[in-house]
Ligand binder design. Structure first.
Ligand code: C2E
Ligand code: MG
Ligand code: MG
Length: 287
């Protein structure tokens, strides 16, 4: 586990060993410093509509830059922000920024934003989203919220009500990383997702006959249930071919485009994103 620290204007993180140290972690600088000092930003990764090849949807991914210029892995600072509750402010910042940076323009049709279960379980979250839509003049139909199965969403009545209110605003609800947690099937039963994103581990294991059959069966299960299927982790032409073979209509992965800075969103619709535009990917994770 990691601790975020701030000394003499420097922001950094270090490994923590004990549970106690982890609990004593002070993450208040996540919004006090990071947002104020513009150390937080968004990268956008393209999502392809496979039948036409069009790329007019993106996923927004949070980035945290430390003052030494390095980026911290999102899993680290997002988990810390969830524990401290600061994910509420960080999450609203992300939604507002997506609206201002992308959705007030016609660069893309839809942007998906990851939302934490903490946000969905907080009364008033949907009202805050509505306020952002009103403020920015963006239609809710241009936003999708991704809920990660791996984060063990507890489907409390407040979360279900929140999802219903978001739907009334026109916001689509997607299930992220399907197959990685243990609640995926029960979530599918309880929530009418618009899109289900199948975790990249299934595509990456599909080279074996057993892995291929498993992927095919998961695609069929989701398709039969109703939501659109999106295959994550498309890293080469063979992966894209396999997606087409399985009649999967949405795809995302480094082969389609890496997460890139907003300026490059201009080029998303022509589908020519140069990998040198990328400024952080999991391969660049800090050790
Ligand atoms: P995610 O929502 O599943 O995001 C996709 C992650 O997979 C991204 O990592 C992306 O860079 C990576 N990825 C995309 N295509 C490929 C590929 O072809 N191969 C491989 N190996 N990886 C690929 P990233 O940016 O590190 O994000 C990690 C996680 O952090 C996200 O997973 C999401 O759960 C969380 N996250 C990011 N932004 C936010 C946010 O604004 N709010 C919340 N609550 N969570 C966020
Ligand atoms: Mg996601
Ligand atoms: Mg995902």
């Amino acid at each position: 586990m990691a601790r975020l620290w701030h000394v003499d204007g420097m922001l950094g993180f270090e490994s923590l060993n004990s549970q106690r140290e982890e609990e004593s972690m002070n993450t208040s600088m996540l919004h006090d410093i990071a947002i104020d000092k513009q150390l937080v930003s968004l990268a956008y990764q393209p999502i392809q509509w496979i039948p036409s090849g069009a790329v007019d949807t993106v996923e927004a991914l949070l980035r945290l830059r430390m003052l030494d210029g390095r980026h911290m892995a999102p899993e680290l600072f997002i988990a810390a922000a969830e524990r401290s509750g600061q994910i509420l402010e960080l999450g609203l910042w992300a939604i507002r920024t997506v609206c201002l940076q992308l959705l007030t323009t016609d660069r893309v049709s839809v942007a998906s934003v990851n939302v934490s279960p903490v946000q969905l379980n907080t009364p008033g979250f949907a009202a805050s989203v509505e306020a952002i839509l009103v403020e920015t003049g963006v239609s809710g139909a241009r936003l999708a919220f991704e809920i990660t199965e791996g984060q063990k969403l507890e489907v409390q009545p407040v979360a279900l009500q929140c999802i219903a209110e978001l739907r009334r605003l026109g916001v689509a609800i997607w299930l992220d990383d399907f197959g990685t947690g243990y609640a995926g099937l029960s979530l599918l039963r309880q929530i009418n997702f618009d899109v289900v994103k199948i975790d990249r581990s299934f595509l990456h294991a599909s080279a074996s006959q057993q892995g291929f059959v498993m992927l095919r069966n998961i695609v069929k299960l989701v398709n039969d249930h109703g939501p659109e299927v999106l295959l994550e982790g498309i890293e080469c032409s063979e992966h894209l071919k396999l997606a087409k073979k399985l009649d999967v209509r949405m795809g995302q992965g480094f082969y389609i485009g890496v997460p890139s800075v907003p300026d490059f969103a201009d080029r998303l619709h022509v589908g020519t994103i140069d990998s040198q535009d990328e400024y952080w990917t999991p391969q660049a994770k800090l050790s």
